[in-house]
Ligand binder design. Structure first.
Ligand code: DAT
Ligand code: MG
Length: 186
C-alpha cells in the first residue's frame, strides 16, 4: 500500500488545529518534544489509557475518518539544514529562505499515512498550495489565508513521499495493521 508524508507546520501547531497530539508522544523518553532520531514510532502502540479520551485534532481526524492508517507520528523541532534538505527541490526559489525560517520557527507534527492512492488523495484533502485557491472543505481552504502560512505539507509524488519518509522517519513506519481493514477495502 502507498504511503505519504504529511506534516502539520508550525502555524498549524500554534493555532491549536492539532490540539491533543502532544499526549501521543508518551514514549520511552517520557512526555514531550522529540528529536528527529527520537525513535518514538514504535511507542505509539503503547498509549496509556488516559490518552484515549482526548481529541487528536481536526487535521489528523480528517485522514483517520477517510480510512487512511497512521503509520508514524512525531512532534519535533527541526533545524535549518534539515528543513533545507526537506525543501531542497525549492532551493532556487525566491521564497526559499523565508520558507525555511517558517518551518524551523516552532515544532511540527510529522506523520506517515498509508492507504490506496494516499499521496494524491492526501493532496486533495489538503487543498491547493495557495489557500486563496484551495476549495472550502479542504484543510487549507478551511483554515488558511496566505501561501506562506498554509499550515500543512503533503508529499506530491511517489518519489517525493519515499524521500520525505526516509528523511523524517529513518527507522521506517510503525508496524501495525488496522482491524477494520476489510470494511474499508473490498
Ligand atoms: P505544496 O506545499 O502545496 O506542495 P510547493 O511544494 O510548491 O507546494 O511549495 C512548498 C511550500 O512553499 C508551499 O506549501 C508554500 C511555499 N510556497 C510555494 N510557492 C510559494 C510562493 N509563490 N510564495 C511563497 N511561498 C510559496
Ligand atoms: Mg510540495
Amino acid at each position: 500500500m502507498e504511503q505519504t508524508f504529511i506534516m502539520i507546520k508550525p502555524d498549524g501547531v500554534q493555532r491549536g488545529l492539532c490540539y491533543g497530539y502532544g499526549v501521543w508522544m508518551v514514549g520511552k523518553f517520557g512526555k514531550g518534544t522529540y528529536g528527529v532520531s527520537g525513535g518514538v514510532i514504535e511507542e505509539l502502540v503503547k498509549l496509556d489509557e488516559s490518552v484515549l479520551g482526548l481529541q487528536v485534532g481536526d487535521i489528523i481526524s480528517r485522514f483517520e475518518k477517510k480510512g487512511f492508517y497512521l503509520k508514524g507520528m512525531k512532534f519535533i523541532n527541526v533545524d535549518r539544514p534539515f528543513a533545507e534538505k526537506h525543501y531542497e527541490d525549492l532551493s532556487a526559489k525566491p521564497f526559499f529562505s523565508g520558507l525555511v525560517d517558517y518551518i524551523i520557527s516552532g515544532p511540527v507534527v510529522a506523520m506517515i499515512w498509508e492507504g490506496k492512492n494516499v499521496i494524491l488523495t492526501g493532496r486533495k484533502i489538503i487543498g491547493a498550495t495557495n489557500p486563496a485557491e484551495s476549495a472550502p472543505g479542504t484543510i487549507r481552504g478551511d483554515y488558511a489565508i496566505e501561501i506562506g502560512r498554509n499550515i500543512i505539507h503533503g508529499s506530491d509524488s511517489a518519489e517525493g513521499a519515499r524521500k520525505e519518509i526516509a528523511l523524517w522517519f529513518p527507522d521506517g513506519p510503525a508496524n501495525w495493521q488496522s482491524s477494520v481493514h476489510h470494511w474499508i477495502y473490498e
